[in-house]
Structures are given as structure tokens and as C-alpha cells.
Unconditional design. Structure first.
Length: 318
């Protein structure tokens, strides 16, 4: 069965030391970084990076295991505590930004692009509070033509180094250009955030990723079954998964058509309602104008009667 969040991708993404070496070796920019193996190497990191700086454990995730330090004293104290649990630390130059770019990549191609805003009064997009609660910044999706070309480029290039699954690449843009902060092997997908631009197209792309691999596996299974390398039960199980995937993709397509028809019907109804309302308003205006004309005619008639009456009085006096 195809797995979109495969074990190799998980290992590559969660090992920040490996990730830094992989990206650097392939000319994908990262923030200035120093790998620290003991207390004696802290001074070199301080000299190269300055303060404030960011300290990470190699296998942290979801913004945990990531710290910002402002002074050499704080750096040494933090390192002493962290070295009790890990053999290596990653020290990086701190980059202050209002947001991170998140470039979603599926099968080596861009899937979505978002701004993830920093949590209020915090330097990360996620703030873990002492009571265990979490505060997150907002998010905003963009069309690819709205994304800086160099941001989109390094996001896709970075993800392709990991594999052909689904990845969320976090990028900061500094004075020297964009740099990769990290690559997530299990990125969030929400219709109203990451899917705001593509909508159903986001889920259709993921379904088609599975369908393509199930189709390829089915073709191989036919030969494997003939040669006796897999059982009929295994063949039937994989074929059932393929049938379900095909049906789901078809359902999404039909749902999209139904939605289009529904919105077109709603648009027609709204247009008809607008036309009827406009006609009603026009009739009201005409009726009001006719009333005004009738009132004016009545006023003129009354004035004429007064003139005639006054003239008759004048004639009597003569």
C-alpha cells in the first residue's frame, strides 16, 4: 500500500543535522548554522552567529526543542541542560520576520503556498504556554503567481531532495534572500487555509497521488500473480484498494460538478432576483413620479380656479 508519509521521509525531515548537511551539499540556502558537539564549541558558535541565536535539538518537532537565547550566559546554561538529552545541538542565526512562507510540495511539484504568521508577542508561529496550551498565529494562502519565484524555487528543490511524498517547506526571507528553516514530512492540510486557493483540487491532487501508485502496483501485481510471487488474496486486497481509490476520485469529480451546477443555479436565481427587484424599484419610481405629476396637476387646477374666482370678484366690483 502506498504511504505518503513514508519512513524514509520521516527520518530525513526530523533529523535536523542530516537536513542541514543535505541542503548545504545541494546548494539550497539555509540560515548561518553551526553544529555544536560540546560546551567547548559554544564560543565558536557565538563568534560566528552572534546574538540572539536559535538553538535546536536534532529531532525536535512542532516548534518544540527550539529555543532563542539572547546572551552567552543563557546559551551556556541552555546547552548544559540540553546536552543531558542529546549529543548534538544546532545553533542558527536568528532571523526576525513577521511570517514564514510554507510551500506545500506533492510529488516534486508545488501544491499550495501560505504565510504562517508569528504567534502574537512571540517569535515562532506556535507558542507553547506553561499550562500546556498552544497559541498559533494566523495564516493566508496565495496563488503561485503571487509567490516570489526564488521562494517557490527553493521550496520545491528542498522537497525533492527528501522524496516524492507530501512535504511542507518552511522558509524565511532575509536581506540575502530566502532560506530553508525546516521541512515537514506531515504538513497540515486544511481546506480553509492550505486549500483556500485550490479548494477541492487540493484533495483531488492527494487522491490522484495514491491512485497513480495503486495503478502502477496493480500492473506489477498482475505479473507477480502469474509468476506465483504473491497470493490471490494479496492481489484481491490490493485490487480492492485500487477500486476504492478510483471510486473516491470519481466521487470528488462528481461532487465538483454538482457544486458547479449548484453555484450556477444559485447565480441564476440571484440574477433573476436582482432583475425582479430592479423592476419593482423602477415601477415604484414610476408610480411615485405619476403621483407627483397628479399632485402638480391638481395644484395647477386649484390655482386656476382661484384665478377665475378672483377675476369674477373683480368684474363684480366694476
Amino acid at each position: 500500500m502506498p504511504v505518503i508519509d513514508d519512513p524514509v521521509s520521516m527520518i530525513r525531515c526530523t533529523n535536523k543535522v542530516y537536513l542541514k548537511e543535505l541542503l548545504t551539499a545541494n546548494d539550497v540556502p539555509v540560515p548561518p548554522t553551526v553544529i555544536v558537539a560540546n560546551q567547548e564549541e559554544l564560543a565558536s558558535a557565538e563568534e560566528q552567529l552572534g546574538f540572539p541565536l536559535v538553538v535546536k535539538i536534532p529531532d525536535g518537532s512542532f516548534s518544540r526543542g527550539v529555543h532563542k537565547v539572547e546572551t552567552p550566559e543563557a546559551f551556556r546554561k541552555l546547552a548544559k541542560d540540553l546536552f543531558k538529552e542529546t549529543d548534538l545541538l544546532i545553533a542558527q542565526k536568528f532571523m526576525k520576520t513577521d511570517y514564514d512562507w510554507r510551500i506545500g510540495v506533492l510529488d516534486g511539484e508545488p501544491l499550495f503556498a501560505c504565510h504562517y504568521m508569528m504567534a502574537r508577542s512571540h517569535w515562532q508561529i506556535v507558542k507553547h504556554k506553561p499550562d500546556g496550551s498552544v497559541v498559533q498565529g494566523g495564516a493566508k494562502a496565495f496563488r503561485f503567481d503571487e509567490v516570489p519565484a526564488d521562494v517557490l524555487d527553493i521550496g520545491v528543490r528542498a522537497a525533492r531532495l527528501i522524496g516524492d511524498g507530501l512535504y511542507g517547506v518552511d522558509i524565511k526571507v532575509g536581506p540575502a534572500g530566502p532560506v530553508i528553516i525546516e521541512i515537514n514530512d506531515n504538513p497540515n492540510l486544511d481546506t480553509d487555509v492550505e486549500g483556500h486557493v485550490l479548494r477541492d483540487g487540493l484533495w483531488r491532487a492527494v487522491l490522484e497521488w495514491f491512485l497513480e501508485r495503486l495503478e502502477a502496483k496493480h500492473s506489477k501485481n498482475i505479473d507477480l500473480l502469474k509468476e506465483g510471487f504473491i497470493s490471490k488474496d494479496q492481489f484481491d486486497q490490493d485490487e480492492l484498494a485500487l477500486v476504492k481509490a478510483r471510486a473516491r476520485v470519481k466521487t470528488v469529480e462528481l461532487e465538483k460538478l454538482s457544486y458547479i451546477e449548484y453555484t450556477q443555479k444559485k447565480d441564476r436565481e440571484q440574477k433573476e432576483s436582482d432583475v425582479a427587484q430592479a423592476k419593482s424599484q423602477l415601477e415604484n419610481v414610476r408610480a411615485q413620479n405619476e403621483i407627483k405629476l397628479a399632485d402638480k396637476a391638481a395644484d395647477r387646477a386649484q390655482q386656476n380656479r382661484r384665478v377665475v374666482r378672483d377675476q369674477a370678484r373683480v368684474d363684480k366690483l366694476k
